[in-house]
Design a protein. Structure first.
Length: 318
């Protein structure tokens, strides 16, 4: 059997960590790299780069040829319009699946979707992730596939959740959600372990699977602040951000992005995501399917990422 895994998004936060874990586990990795990516991939034994993109069908054929599995981590996470997200998260995915379907035998397919796909009405991003899942299911024929739905993922190199946690560590906690809102979190190495678990499981029922860390039921913002406060042994000032202010900043950001021509992160859709009361994920279906379980609590993930707190668990010391 082939030991090659085709990976997209390998220059991104999650994909880069995943490549490290795949190589360490003895897989060969063939990674799609855009010619103008701001992030370079270091040459390593077992790692092969294919220059191309999700818009370039020929590069996708070279990427998936002879692979045992395709792990699709590339995604648009910033943008202003539905078209910004759909071009990558739907049309790019369809192109990649098309390249896989042309093969015989067909590699297994893992899509890194998002918990946001559960509430597609909230934002263009969430809608594109759900449409991607539906397109995959509709196209798959006899190809085995799963879509992983992580909640907010954090770890080294993360540009979304980590800056917020770092600010909390310095004593200021912007409170973005409602007091009763709950969110699940996931440390990036637990996500990589889930992908490896799926590869090793050999076969798994096709479908969508949620993931979360060791804290069943997620966290309130106050609980996250309290944990960071305990780890840093310092008082943290809560800074509730009124929704009107957040929405105004988001509208301004989109307008400026249109003029200057960048892909904005904070948009009205992102504000709706941030204000959503229920981002609690449930691991149980994935655990039953492949035996994966998270190892890292928030304290352990933050120790691993930023050196806060004390090691003190087998998961950290392994
Ligand atoms: N981070 C989270 O908290 C989180 C949570 C749930 C789900 N997810 C999902 O996980 C995936 C990875 O997220 P991330 O946080 O690692 O994002 P990221 O750091 O922004 O990385 C995105 C990756 O996708 C690549 N990419 C974007 N457009 C592409 C295109 N048209 N063709 C080929 N490659 C393209 C980027 O390549 P360049 O280097 O060339 O830009 C980069 O490698 C996304 O699908 C996201 O929806 C993330």
């Amino acid at each position: 059997m082939s030991r090659t895994i085709a990976v997209t998004g390998a220059t991104g936060f999650i994909g880069a960590m995943l490549v490290e874990h795949l190589l360490a586990a003895g897989w060969n990795v063939r990674a799609l790299v855009r010619p103008r990516s701001a992030h370079r991939m270091t040459e390593k034994p077992g790692l092969e780069a294919v220059t191309g993109s999700l818009q370039d069908g020929e590069s996708l054929q070279r990427l998936v040829q002879g692979a045992a599995a395709v792990v699709h981590c590339a995604g648009a996470v910033r943008g202003a319009t539905a078209a910004d997200f759909n071009a990558v998260n739907v049309e790019g995915l369809e192109r990649l699946v098309g390249a896989v379907l042309a093969l015989s035998p067909r590699p297994r397919f893992l899509l890194l979707s998002s918990l946001a796909a559960r509430s597609p009405e909230l934002s263009h991003y969430a809608s594109s992730k759900r449409q991607g899942e539906l397109a995959l299911a509709a196209m798959a024929e006899d190809m085995e596939w799963i879509a992983l739905r992580p909640p907010a993922v954090y770890g080294p190199g993360d540009r979304e959740m980590l800056p917020l946690l770092q600010l909390m560590g310095r004593g200021i906690a912007p409170v973005l959600g409602e007091a009763h809102a709950r969110v699940s979190l996931l440390y990036v190495e637990d996500l990589c372990a889930a992908v490896l678990g799926w590869l090793n499981a050999g076969s798994c029922r096709s479908g969508e699977y949620e993931l979360n860390d060791t804290q069943t039921g997620g966290y309130s913002w106050d609980e996250i602040i309290a944990k960071v406060s305990a780890l840093r042994a310092r008082r943290i000032i809560r800074l509730p951000l009124p929704v009107v202010l957040l929405k105004s900043i988001a509208l301004m950001n989109v307008a400026v992005a249109r003029v200057i021509g960048y892909a904005p992160m904070l948009t009205p859709g992102k504000v709706r995501e941030l204000r959503h009361p229920d981002w609690v994920a449930d691991n149980s279906a994935l655990t039953a399917a492949i035996g994966w379980q998270p190892e890292f609590s928030l304290e352990q993930g933050l120790w691993r990422t930023m050196g806060w707190g004390e090691p003190g668990s087998a998961a950290i010391e392994r």
